[in-house]
Design a protein around this ligand. Structure first.
Ligand SMILES: C[S@@+](CC[C@H](N)C(=O)[O-])C[C@H]1O[C@@H](n2cnc3c(N)ncnc32)[C@H](O)[C@@H]1O
Length: 260
């Protein structure tokens, strides 16, 4: 049993490589423009893991920072960045309280990383810290689970899949045994990576926890922090998909604007 799945960055990176990072960054830039930020010169990815999004921003000439607190992820992301000879700085810090070398116009928190903030206090502290690191009228875009999964108790995303990359096959089971404590609103489940390489199979497992967050809770915590208002909402990384109860809307994407 591993302590955290995030101590296995290479395997994590293969497991989640089905995502189209270029398209996702196109969406982030478009969503920011629709919210009034059309010329981004600096950004930060919070809970960046392998830093796929901030490295893509830096490829587009934008000053980019990635923030993560897991040593293995930070080392891995720093190596990828230096291999690419990119000016994307990976910083080891806790996103509940952090300081970037400069204020940025855009911050993003992708793929349900926000649910790693396990308490309301953590979320408010995080929102305050993000606001402190943003320029005036800066934007914060968060990709979260669609809240329908809290109310009908079925995951909003598929939780078993397989990816093969350069001869390494990774089968992922992301908490298909999930249970949620209705009092704490904390979910818990087993994450398993089964890795096949050179005719050998290895299994890595750990227990992950996450915070189930409804739109109502998010609105209340945003009000409590007093630092942001919701500028737009989407149901996918696609500005044509509204945030509603249709099947197409499988995410809760919030575009937050920092109060002046
Ligand atoms: C689900 S992964 C997502 C990584 C990346 N955003 C992506 O889309 O692939 C969550 C990442 O957030 C990091 N993380 C979780 N809580 C954090 C915290 N309080 N401070 C900094 N990093 C955190 C973990 O180490 C992990 O790398």
């Amino acid at each position: 049993m591993n302590t955290s799945i995030y101590t296995l960055p290479e395997i994590y990176d293969i497991a989640f490589s089905f995502r189209d990072y270029t398209k996702a960054v196109d969406f982030l830039i478009e969503a920011a423009a629709l919210a009034g930020l059309s010329d981004i010169s600096s950004m930060a990815e919070l809970g960046c893991g392998p830093a796929q999004y901030c490295r893509e921003f830096s490829r587009r000439g934008i000053t980019a920072f990635g923030v993560d607190y897991t040593d293995e992820m930070v080392t891995y992301a720093q190596k990828l960045t230096s291999d690419e000879r990119r000016t994307c700085e990976i910083i080891k810090a806790d996103i509940r309280s952090f300081r970037l070398p400069q204020r940025v116009e855009l911050a993003v928190c992708m793929m349900a990383t926000f649910h790693c903030l396990l308490s309301n206090k953590d979320i408010v502290s995080h929102l305050n810290s993000v606001a402190d690191n943003l320029k005036e009228n800066g934007l914060y875009i968060i990709e979260m689970n669609h809240p329908r999964q809290i109310f009908n108790q079925s995951p909003s995303a598929q939780n078993t899949w397989e990816v093969e990359q350069e001869g390494i096959k990774v089968r992922t089971d992301w908490a298909s045994d999930a249970t949620v404590d209705p009092l704490t609103e904390i979910g818990e489940g087993t994450v398993t990576f089964t890795v096949e390489k050179d005719n050998k199979t290895e299994e890595f497992t750990c227990t992950e926890q996450w915070h189930e967050i409804s739109l109502g809770l998010m609105r209340a915590l945003l009000e409590l922090s007093g630092r942001f208002h919701i500028a737009a909402m989407y149901g996918d990384l696609d500005t044509a998909v509204p945030f509603d109860n249709d099947k197409k809307a499988w995410r809760m994407i919030l575009v937050l604007r920092k109060f002046a």
